[in-house]
Design a protein. Structure first.
Length: 67
């Protein structure tokens, strides 16, 4: 959810932290862990696009399973 919110807000730390109700440093820690675990550089526009597309597809699949 952290990555999805971050990408939906165009990489804006403050807006993402507010949306997730977490402190900005918590958000930065989570994003660093996502980078470390996934190996993806979140600063690359193509990577951002692909991850955003994947996260939206995942959320759609989750919503369809719940209905």
């Amino acid at each position: 959810m952290t990555l999805s919110e971050y990408l939906d807000r165009g990489g804006n730390y403050d807006a993402t932290a507010r949306a997730l109700s977490v402190h900005r440093s918590t958000l930065k820690y989570r994003l660093r862990r996502i980078r470390d675990v996934s190996g993806h550089d979140l600063g690359i526009p193509d990577t951002q696009f692909n991850l955003q597309l994947a996260s939206r597809a995942w959320r759609t699949a989750q919503a369809l399973r719940e209905s």
